[in-house]
Design a protein around this ligand. Structure first.
Ligand SMILES: NC(=O)c1ccc[n+]([C@@H]2O[C@H](COP(=O)([O-])OP(=O)(O)OC[C@H]3O[C@@H](n4cnc5c(N)ncnc54)[C@H](OP(=O)(O)O)[C@@H]3O)[C@@H](O)[C@H]2O)c1
Length: 296
């Protein structure tokens, strides 16, 4: 881990990084560390007032932060964010950390027709990545090193149902199942995208942060809130939880690493279902079809 800065990140001078969901928890810590390590960090929040406040607060810890916003519950929100990112990255983007995530105690559909957990934790991640691929490639050409996509995963992907047919949960909804499904689907998509982009100058990896003491359970309500309260004493700090994202975003030893799942900042093994290439291709095709149908 030579050359590592005391913030926990490796030097990031000359890099531009987008971290989604920087208002709290793992995203805020990741953005702080990468900014302190020299990156220009596009600090994302749901709306511009929040994003501006976060960027102002993070500047106090050192580093350069540019506020960007968009509600990732809809593809329209993703597109609004993409427009802002493209405006402020004329020389390309080097790292995209798809950190924002959510869970909901009640079922509701997102505007794009899928249940909202899948919309935020998977569809928005896939759409944002796809729309930013060109600028990530520009960033890679400029530095001569691959640009990186880091997707936040969870150990709960192991509970996801690979046979899930209907992404709207018409009959039965469980918060824990929908969250687990969203993380499994997104992880399978991460692997499929990494295969698709192999050798293209963009790497794609998944970060499992472990069990981390953040606002996540409180915001989610339902059983995840209870788990958050009961398990609080056993949960890691956001600083510890962010280590995996930070390493995947900045460690030069991982310059060419792609298609991996990392826990506690080291390469790990995810569920059999997530690693099944046939399942991955099915998720990839279904996601592409939904994105292609979305009005522009
Ligand atoms: N904490 C854990 O134990 C744990 C374990 C495994 C995986 N993870 C994953 O780690 C990531 C970060 O979670 P965290 O624990 O740091 O939770 P957190 O503190 O609740 O942060 C989540 C972030 O996502 C943002 N977000 C949620 N929905 C959004 C939307 N529709 N549009 C825009 N932004 C949205 C939140 O913004 P607002 O403030 O506006 O809501 C917040 O900035 C998530 O992907 C989560 O699934 C967490």
């Amino acid at each position: 881990m030579a050359g590592r800065k005391s913030t926990g990140s490796w030097p990031m001078d000359g890099r531009t990084v987008l971290v989604t969901g920087t208002t709290s928890g793992i995203g805020r810590t990741t953005a702080t560390a990468l900014g302190q390590a020299g990156a220009v960090v596009l600090a994302h929040a749901r709306d511009q007032t929040r994003a501006a406040a976060v960027a102002r607060e993070l500047k106090g810890s050192g580093g350069r932060f540019v506020p960007v916003s968009g509600d990732l519950g809809s593809l329209a929100g993703v597109r609004g964010l993409v427009e802002q990112v493209l405006q402020v990255t004329p020389k390309g983007l080097h790292v995209l950390v798809n950190n924002a995530g959510a869970a909901f105690s009640q079922r509701a559909l997102a505007p794009d027709g899928v249940e909202r957990t899948l919309a935020v934790n998977h569809l928005a991640v896939a759409a944002l990545t796809s729309e930013l691929l060109d600028t990530l490639r520009i960033g890679a050409s400029a530095t001569g090193r691959p640009s990186r996509v880091v997707n936040l995963s969870s150990i709960l992907e192991k509970r996801g149902n690979p046979k899930l047919q209907d992404w709207t949960y018409p009959d039965q909804y469980s918060q824990l199942q929908a969250y687990s499904d969203s993380k499994l689907v997104n992880l399978a998509h991460t692997y499929a995208l990494a295969r698709e982009l192999a050798g293209s100058g963009v790497t794609v990896n998944a970060a499992n942060p472990g069990s981390v003491k953040t606002a996540f359970g409180h915001n989610a309500g339902g059983v995840l809130k209870v788990v958050g309260i009961v398990g609080k004493a056993f949960m890691a700090s956001p600083e510890k939880g962010a280590r995996t994202s930070i390493r995947l975003a900045s460690d030069p030893a991982l310059d060419d690493a792609t298609g991996g799942y990392y826990s506690a900042a080291e390469l790990d093994m995810s569920s059999d279902a997530s690693r099944d290439p046939a399942f991955g291709e099915q998720v990839y095709a279904r996601t592409a079809a939904i994105l292609a149908q979305a009005p522009r």
